[in-house]
Write a protein that binds this ligand. Structure first.
Ligand code: SF4
Ligand code: SF4
Length: 348
């Protein structure tokens, strides 16, 4: 597989990376087999995070004995020094390694969290010390919010940026990717399949392969999924006129209800995490079932039931989505799925 330079990190990584969220749903043996198959196919960039439950530990087992051949990127969602320190120690232990190639601040979407990182003696200075101590080789940041991502790139404080990018959520193409090139910041693509909303992997990856200096990291649960994507890259990566027509058709079809997770609709009067509820079907495809029905999504759905119908979110949504109706539809869909899950598990 072709390799590219990941911005100023100077690391040479495969043109396609591995996203470690969905292996949480596998058995441990399946998860290890998936990671090893990726390595066999020439993928050397492995992404995970402290927050992905079993993912780091499974990756650690899969790459044991091959550590030097693999570039491991993980993340901390810690917002205090104590949390970041705890997460870093845990990541090193779970990944069975003495160093992390790329350590990223995870999901930095607002000023409060960003400032806690960059302020004097803040989280970044702590992570820089860990870098000097040899526990970390490079430092990056991830965000879903375009203005925040641009600020992080322009600051020159981070060596990589990870941001959602696909042919439906394509706002990165016009400004963020050119800005990252200008600052020599490595660009990692999260949500190349829009979190599972794009079911045509061939078109989705052909679109992304038009940007030769970005690294998509599709979340992979099964061996056949990564084999399919590598096949697209190796056999017919160029977009044809028919592909472009299909892409336009899919864009139009999804446009009516597709939430880009930009969070411009916030703040919600009833403190509902609107984008989480709107995109809950994609979480259903990625999270282990027990987490989907008991954890963050369960709380988000409960909050959605408290919508006061003020309509302010719809005024702010740049895509003019019918948010209130979609929230109602998602609650109904979730309740039905949850009933079926509880019945299947014998939970009353
Ligand atoms: S309409 Fe509902 S979801 Fe939208 S801002 Fe008001 S309370 Fe929040
Ligand atoms: S509902 Fe609209 S404004 Fe809110 S996150 Fe989704 S696309 Fe953005």
């Amino acid at each position: 597989m072709q390799k590219i330079r990941l911005g100023r990190t100077g690391m040479i990584v495969s043109q396609l990376g591995f996203g470690g969220i969905p292996i949480q749903r596998d058995t441990e043996d399946e998860a290890i087999a998936v990671v090893r198959r990726c390595l066999e196919l020439g993928i050397n960039y492995i992404d995970t995070a402290n927050g992905y439950t079993t993912s780091e530990e499974r990756i650690g087992k899969a790459v044991a004995g091959k550590r030097e051949k693999v570039i491991i990127a993980t993340k901390t969602g810690g917002r205090t020094r104590e949390e970041v320190e705890k997460h870093l120690d845990l990541s090193l232990k779970r990944l069975q390694t003495g160093y992390i190639d790329l350590y990223q601040f995870h999901g930095v979407n607002n000023d409060k969290h960003y400032n806690a990182i960059v302020e004097p003696d803040g989280l970044l200075s702590f992570v820089e010390k860990a870098k000097k101590a040899g526990k970390i080789r490079h430092i990056g940041i991830t965000s879903h919010q375009i203005d925040m991502a641009k600020r992080a790139v322009a600051s020159d404080l981070f060596e990589t940026i990870m941001f959602p990018f696909n042919f439906v959520t394509d706002e990165a193409a016009t400004e963020l990717i050119p800005l990252a090139r200008q600052h020599d910041v490595g660009f990692i693509v999260m949500k190349p399949l829009a979190g599972g909303m794009l079911d045509n992997a061939r078109i989705a990856f052909k679109y992304l392969f038009q940007f030769p200096d970005v690294v998509p990291i599709p979340g992979i649960e099964k061996v056949h999924e990564i084999e399919e994507i590598v096949g697209i890259l190796e056999n017919s990566p160029l977009m044809t006129a028919a592909d472009k027509a299909e892409m336009t058709r899919m864009r139009n079809e999804l446009g009516k209800e597709f939430c880009h997770r930009c969070d411009y609709c916030q703040p919600c009067t009833a403190e509902i995490p609107i984008s989480t509820v709107m995109t809950s079907p994609s979480f259903a495809k990625r999270l282990p079932e027990e987490r989907f029905y008991t954890d963050m999504i369960a709380k988000a759905m409960e909050a959605a039931g408290k919508c006061v119908d003020c309509g302010k979110c719809e005024e702010r949504c740049p895509y003019k989505l019918p948010i209130r109706q979609v929230l109602k539809d998602r609650i109904e869909w979730y309740d039905n799925k949850k009933k079926e899950y509880f019945a299947r598990k014998g939970i009353s």
